[in-house]
Design a binder for this molecule. Structure first.
Ligand SMILES: NC(=O)c1ccc[n+]([C@@H]2O[C@H](COP(=O)([O-])OP(=O)(O)OC[C@H]3O[C@@H](n4cnc5c(N)ncnc54)[C@H](OP(=O)(O)O)[C@@H]3O)[C@@H](O)[C@H]2O)c1
Length: 332
């Protein structure tokens, strides 16, 4: 079987290599899974460059690529009752997800309904719960409240729009290019604006033009740098900026006057930390709810391209490009 390994830090397509491995029979409690699809996320690219994590949490090469995906069970150890061959399972926290097949412990695998599109199923683990927990863990939102976010045309951003709408909250969505506006409006974004100068005035005007209401008390920031300052300046006094991404590569900047006089807070979000505060039953309920929303089409990720495993370098280059209309996936 083949697996994509990140051999050293550097430009993603230059440091990825396919390694040929033995394909053992699944042992007791194990299954063999043929990988069907796995997305390339911004965090995967950061990991290749040695820019993901802090201190001891930075993954050191060599490491295997891919954080989530789906696959079909093709063989099961003699004692395994579930999942059975032919069933589609979610892959996460496993080595070799960017690979053509892998051996996994059967006990940790969730079976997906066959009706769910496998490409959509491959992107359920990281981004949907990130959007959900950022909306719920930092502020208490009431019906009609506004939430503002940047990088709003990302997969997480689109989930924020869908989940907010589902709960009766309204969204101001910031993007960095004109062509991203119409698709996000069609997706349900109440207000979509280009991030940049005079943002606070433009956001307040847009909220006014839609019948007013209080300014947002929650801002969701994936960009950092001056974008954090701009989005923080759009908040009502006492509001919270939740930063969850490093897209600009710059440290978050929040002006001291906003912190002192408007009581604006800056907090970080990391999914594993958000999940750690929950019991296994709560986590299972969270994912069950998100799976239901993926099944009924509420959560739907745009896909720009799929690549075979043999072209993983080209796939990484593509995923690294600005101006994509959707995700890039490996479909071995
Ligand atoms: N903290 C956590 O636990 C957690 C969990 C999941 C995801 N994330 C983070 O969530 C963010 C979005 O992930 P995703 O998978 O949803 O992304 P994605 O679908 O792959 O889309 C990437 C987005 O980033 C935008 N972007 C890239 N560089 C930018 C910059 N310098 N300034 C402004 N926008 C920029 C792109 O805009 P264009 O379309 O204009 O190119 C696009 O909207 C990433 O930062 C990821 O690491 C964090």
């Amino acid at each position: 079987m083949l697996r994509a390994q990140i051999s050293r830090w550097g430009e993603p397509s230059a440091v990825v290599e396919l390694i040929e491995m033995e394909s053992p029979a699944p042992g007791p409690g194990e299954v063999r899974v043929k990988v069907e699809a796995s997305p390339i996320h911004p965090s995967d690219l950061l990991k290749c460059r040695g820019l993901y994590g802090y201190g001891e949490s930075v993954p050191m090469p060599p490491f295997w690529g891919g954080v989530e995906g789906v696959g079909l069970v093709t063989d099961a150890g003699a004692d395994v009752e579930t999942p059975r061959p032919g069933e589609r399972v979610i892959l996460a926290r496993l080595d070799g997800i960017w690979g053509d097949e892998l051996i996994a412990p059967a006990s940790g695998l969730t079976v997906l309904p066959p009706e769910l599109d496998p490409l959509q199923g491959s992107m359920l683990i990281a981004n949907p719960p990130t959007a959900e927990l950022m909306l719920t863990d930092f502020t208490t939102l009431e019906a009609g409240d506004w939430v503002i976010q940047n990088a709003a045309n990302s997969a997480v951003g689109r989930h924020v729009v869908s989940l907010a709408k589902h709960s009766g909250w309204r969204t101001v969505n910031l993007v960095r290019r004109q062509e991203a506006i119409a698709p996000l409006e069609a997706h349900g974004g109440d207000v979509v604006l280009i991030d940049g100068p005079e943002l606070a005035t433009r956001v307040a005007d847009a909220i006014d033009s839609l019948g007013g209401g209080a300014l947002a008390k929650l801002a969701i920031d994936a960009v950092g740098g001056d974008a954090t300052a701009r989005i923080a300046g759009c908040l009502a006094p006492g509001g919270t900026v939740v930063n969850y991404g490093l897209l600009s590569g710059e440290d978050c900047r929040v002006p001291a006057r906003l912190i002192v006089f408007n009581d604006i807070r800056l907090q970080g979000f990391l999914l594993p930390r958000g999940l750690k505060t929950r019991s296994p039953a709560e986590i299972a309920a969270l994912y069950e709810r998100l799976l239901g929303l993926a099944m009924d089409g509420t959560l739907d990720v745009e896909i720009e391209a799929t690549y075979p495993l043999a072209e993983i370098g080209a796939a990484l280059d593509h995923a690294d490009r600005a101006g994509r209309t959707g995700k890039v996936l490996i479909t071995p």
